[in-house]
Write a protein that binds this ligand. Structure first.
Ligand SMILES: [Zn+2]
Length: 321
């Protein structure tokens, strides 16, 4: 299996009123390198795209990429054609490596806009090199720019930044330095294409947590009341757990609960409510991880805080009426 390290450049409307709702970002360049299993570059793909939605590059895009309207006029090829070439070039047996989740979403969005069928299997796994770097450095949720990581790793700056192929090559060089055997199990899951029905909803098990992605629900209330998203399973034996602290909202976009496995101890569940890419509904990502004493105290604290807020709210309502 090959790795395909992908990078895109895109353009947008100069003014919000001119924005095409279905395509806020129009891809103007695709760059990618194909790596063998030892992370050595064996092929490359580069193409400029002739814009069809936003005919002029906004200043920011011109400044970042150094591209001009003339360049795209002269060398650009229509997206439909480039996408077909690119999909053929990717082949069948590959996994994407991408700096952050954004480029994959934009690629799929542009493909959807032109009614190009996505041939990739579902659910679609990819490697987020930006996240894997943070994991390797034990930096948690920190996300660094590609450029800063190149400097931190002491990789030579022998080509410019912010053109698709150049950034793909730099991303490949970071990828090469990762402990790949260890990190390949930390794949990410594409959230652009969601499960279409409950049969496609999947739980992924990782070393230290599990992740479940739900289908789309028109209303947030329907999502958080759904029976399946509210179930939690032991990370080790995958037994369904009885809740110790039932689901409660943190007042924002997250819900928490705990459940205990008699063999493997306390687990904590979390549901993150997310808005779908096209803003037509909601989906949930439920993670389960083993609870440390500290986690348990944190959850108890959160719950107490929410209870207190509700009590105060009721008191205020009572005084007002
Ligand atoms: Zn268990």
């Amino acid at each position: 299996m090959n790795y395909i390290i992908l990078d895109l450049e895109w353009n947008q409307a100069a003014y919000k009123v001119d924005e095409e709702a279905e395509l806020p970002f129009e891809i103007i360049e695709i760059g990618a390198v194909k790596l063998n299993k030892n992370a050595e570059i064996i092929d490359e793909f580069t193409a400029l795209i002739r814009p069809q939605v936003y005919p002029f590059l906004v200043r920011r895009t011109r400044e970042i990429t150094g591209l001009s309207d003339d360049d795209l006029d002269r060398e650009g090829i229509y997206f439909e054609e480039v996408a077909a070439d690119f999909l053929a070039w990717c082949g069948r047996d590959f996994i994407f490596g991408i700096w952050g989740p954004g480029d994959l979403t934009q690629l799929e969005k542009n493909m959807a806009y032109y009614n190009i069928r996505v041939p990739w299997r579902y659910p679609f796994k990819y490697l987020d090199v930006q996240k894997l770097y943070a994991l390797q450095q034990k930096e948690g949720k920190t996300r660094r720019t590609l450029e800063s990581v190149i400097d931190l790793l002491g990789i030579e700056r022998d080509r410019p930044f912010h053109r698709a192929l150049d950034d793909a090559v730099y991303t490949a060089r970071v990828f090469e330095q990762l402990d790949r055997e260890h990190f390949e199990s930390y794949f990410s899951v594409d959230y652009y294409r969601l499960p279409r029905n409950r049969f496609e909803e999947t739980t992924f098990y990782f070393d230290t947590y599990s992740k479940y992605v739900s289908r789309k629900f028109p209303l947030k209330e329907e999502l958080v009341k759904n029976r399946r998203i509210r179930e939690i399973y032991c990370l080790k034996c995958r037994r369904k757990l009885k809740k110790e602290i039932p689901w409660f909202s943190d007042g924002g976009r997250s819900y928490f609960c705990t459940g205990r496995c008699k063999d493997h101890g306390l687990m904590r569940g979390r549901i993150r409510v997310k808005v779908t890419e096209d803003h037509s509904g909601f989906f949930g990502v439920r993670t389960v991880k083993q609870c440390t004493g500290e986690d348990e105290a944190l959850i108890m604290g959160r719950r107490e805080h929410m209870k207190k807020r509700r009590r105060e709210h009721r008191k205020r309502e009572a005084t007002n009426s």
